[in-house]
Design a protein around this ligand. Structure first.
Ligand SMILES: C[S@@+](CC[C@H](N)C(=O)[O-])C[C@H]1O[C@@H](n2cnc3c(N)ncnc32)[C@H](O)[C@@H]1O
Length: 351
């Protein structure tokens, strides 16, 4: 299949090489062309803390924390149909709900929610007040986590996890790609890359990826000079395939197979299969990259407060050691690992 380079389309590209070091909060997200200072790097990135993965045991590291509070929509669905929501259905609900958060004009919504809360007080109806208060808490938390901290995309942290791979013009396979953010960041760092994004929820291709802002700058490298360069979605060669990962028939065609927030959605009996998805399509010497949300107090609070609107699927929060051990014991050598603001990351190669 030929790459779909959308460069014929005129899109706004507001930043260039002169804007390296720039950051700004837009209504729905932050743009961040900063590189870490050493002090910030040491604060937000912690790399290669485990010396020898072969010495870790499950007894030492414990098992992941399961988020058991589900969204209102999932609970309503299960009440109506009298059965558990299937994973594919739960992803459809999740992707739609999550996308609606990404496109919000956050400052304007914060003002509206505050007004609605004050109005609800006048009703003296506890359920109305509780609902309005929940809405205020969620939009404030989203503002902090996504817009101020940039914890969801975290471009500086993701760059720290992805740097130093021995690849040239890599073919990248992104499993469970959603809007495709991390593959675009990765491809910007390794120029000449070709990305194949795979997600079985068509909405991810037609809406989450399509509506990902054309003007969002990814900080990468200029292959001619080795200097930093800004890339945009339409500068990158991307195919988006709507299919179940289990149906893919590629050969060992990819230099990098990546997933972000996939492994933690599978209970232990499926973890080997998920690890195998990352091995099956790798060229010899290729890299499998996994990231999953960290098991830390602030992430538990986040998922519990946001559960109503974004926890439709089975979900675990893991420590880096737990994630690494799943990957190690499923036949990978861990080349690089670390944690960033809200995710753990592992770069591995089949043993
Ligand atoms: C949690 S999301 C990844 C996190 C992502 N960064 C986000 O912002 O939503 C996981 C994605 O994997 C997709 N997915 C899950 N199981 C899949 C399967 N068997 N085949 C293809 N896609 C799958 C879901 O549709 C979902 O979009």
């Amino acid at each position: 299949m030929e790459p779909t380079l959308a460069s014929a389309q005129e899109v706004e590209k507001p930043y260039n090489g002169n804007d390296i070091g720039f950051t700004s909060m837009l209504p729905s997200h932050r743009v961040d062309l900063r590189q870490y200072s050493e002090k910030e790097y040491n604060k937000f990135v912690n790399m290669n803390t485990v010396r020898d993965w072969s010495t870790l045991t499950w007894k030492q590291v414990g098992k992941p924390y399961e988020v058991t509070k589900y969204s209102k929509d999932r609970r309503a669905y299960e009440d109506t149909y009298g059965e558990d929501m299937k994973p594919f259905t739960s992803w459809k609900y999740f992707n739609k709900a999550f996308h609606e958060w990404f496109v919000k004009d956050v400052p304007s919504e914060m003002a509206d929610q505050k007004k609605a809360f004050l109005k609800s007080l006048g009703t003296f109806r506890p359920s109305e007040i509780k609902q309005a208060l929940g809405d205020v808490a969620r939009i404030q938390l989203w503002n902090y986590a996504h817009r101020i901290q940039d914890g969801v995309w975290d471009p500086r942290g993701k760059r720290a996890l992805f740097e130093g791979l021995d690849v040239t013009k890599p073919r990248i396979l992104f499993l469970g790609a959603a809007e495709g953010y991390e593959a675009m960041q990765l491809a910007s760092m390794y120029p000449g890359a070709h990305i194949t994004m795979v997600d079985y929820d068509e909405y991810c291709k037609t809406t989450r990826f399509e509506e990902f802002p054309d003007s969002y700058p990814f900080l990468g490298e200029n292959p001619a000079t080795g200097h930093p360069k800004v890339y945009y979605k339409d500068d990158l060669a991307i195919d988006y395939v709507v299919d179940d990962i289990r149906n893919l028939t590629y050969g060992k065609d990819f230099d990098i197979v990546l997933s972000v927030g996939l492994l933690e959605h599978f209970p232990d009996e499926y973890k080997s299969e998920v690890a195998d998805w990352h091995r099956r399509f790798l060229k010899p010497g290729g890299y499998a990259i996994f990231t999953t949300p960290r098991n830390q107090i602030r992430s538990r609070v986040y998922y519990n407060i946001m559960a109503d609107v974004m926890n439709h699927t089975y979900r675990e929060l893991m420590t880096l050691e737990q994630m690494g051990l799943y990957i190690y014991e499923n036949g990978f050598d861990i080349k690089q690992h670390g944690y960033i603001k809200v995710h753990n990351g592992v770069v591995a190669q089949p043993r």
